[in-house]
Design a protein around this ligand. Structure first.
Ligand code: FAD
Length: 345
């Protein structure tokens, strides 16, 4: 069993929360300190661009059950430096926090274009401010046609705004592939989304929201980019990283489920070293937009025509070699993943 007496977790998102829970579940009963620069307890980030923005009366969709890890939570406090030789995390209030084990779970933030009045959506505070603005029904320009940009556009449309979206190519084509891109874009156009190519003159709008990728929160580590870790999430002796901030050997996977699965692996490796299981990437994500609920597992973007496994029209279960996608089709995630494995053979 490990000899750690004090573990510090930096980042109070889903990766930090899961790492703290996993440490406890694996039997760690030493001191646990969680440092998070947002003033809120951990919440569901995916809800911010979905129900929270869209549903006028629902201010709870992002709320997670209260944490059970019993860590000392330093909220509204930012880590600004790391002294790995002396095993100290430097905080923005001047404190130097000693650790035996460190979990880096500081996530990422939106890449900004520097457009006048630009808004982005990453945090609960971003979402609450945007929600208040959208309630006044401004005209909205969304720059970026990935899943986040499309979700924001969809939620603004649902709230009664006139919405234009610009993207370098067809929205979602880079993430999901041409078949699903066309499927979703047809639904978006039918609901009134205006789509312009990125090189078209930018139309005037009351609100400009960009969703054009992200930047890793690793300046406090002296890094430029994600933390390169091994298959167990280890970066340096006594230090692991997981979630959006981490680049595993299989690459970066900035998705909710990956953040959970990686932080379980990383926390176990902090305690058990090589005896802990390695991370096995099995990408899964979901999105809700323009009346479509999409669950996607496996290797995307998917090219070529899919096999229709079941369903028809707007409610189908689709399969490509190595990928499976449910559109408005109820299927448990493990079954969707199994379909992926079968399809990959
Ligand atoms: C609006 C939105 C919708 C999304 N929808 C989906 C979806 O539908 N499906 C899906 O699979 N994924 C979705 N994602 C992605 C998913 O939310 C992320 O992959 C996941 O939240 C990553 O968790 P994390 O804990 O690694 O990072 P984060 O959630 O970013 O948490 C990191 C935390 O660390 C804090 N922090 C940063 N630097 C410091 C520091 N120096 N000191 C202290 N604290 C620090 C941050 O403020 C943040 O609170 C969405 C993301 C967004 C923004």
């Amino acid at each position: 069993m490990s000899t750690l007496r004090r573990v510090v977790v930096v980042g109070n998102g889903i990766a930090g929360l899961t790492a703290a829970d996993t440490l406890r579940a694996e039997g760690y009963d030493g001191e646990l300190v969680l440092v998070g620069d947002e003033p809120h307890p951990a919440y569901s980030r995916p809800a911010l661009s979905k129900a929270l923005l869209r549903d006028a009366d629902d201010l709870t969709s992002h709320v997670l059950p209260p944490a059970g890890h019993g860590a000392s939570e330093l909220l509204g406090v930012r880590a600004v430096g790391l002294d790995a030789d002396r095993r100290l995390v430097e905080l923005d209030d001047g404190e130097r926090l000693p650790y035996d084990g460190l979990v880096i779970a500081s996530g990422c933030r939106p890449r900004r274009l520097g457009i006048a009045g630009e808004r982005t959506l990453r945090s609960l505070d971003d979402a609450l401010a945007l929600r208040a603005l959208v309630a006044t029904r401004p005209s909205v320009l969304v720059v970026g046609g990935g899943p986040l940009g499309m979700e924001v556009a969809s939620s603004c449309l649902a709230a009664g705004c006139a919405v234009t979206l610009t993207n370098l190519g067809p929205p979602l084509v880079d993430q999901l592939g041409p078949h699903l891109s066309t499927f979703v874009v047809d639904a978006a156009l039918a609901r009134g989304l205006r789509i312009l190519p990125a090189d078209a003159p930018r139309p005037p709008a009351d609100v400009v929201i960009t969703a054009v990728g992200d930047v890793s929160n690793t300046e406090w580590l002296g890094l430029d980019g994600a933390v390169p870790v091994d298959a167990r999430g280890r970066w340096r002796p006594g230090i692991v990283a997981a979630g959006d901030v981490a680049a595993f050997p299989s690459g970066r996977t900035p998705l909710w489920t990956s953040a959970i699965e990686q932080s379980r692996v990383a926390a176990a490796a902090l305690l058990h070293g090589d005896a802990a299981p390695a991370y096995v990437p099995r990408p899964y994500f979901w999105t809700e937009q323009f009346g479509l609920s999409i669950k996607a597992a496996g290797s995307l973007p998917a090219h070529g025509e899919p096999t229709v496994v079941d369903g028809e029209g707007d409610a189908v279960l689709l399969q490509w070699p190595g990928a499976a996608v449910a559109v408005n089709y109820r299927i448990p995630v493990p079954r969707l993943r199994r379909l992926t494995e079968v399809a990959a053979v």
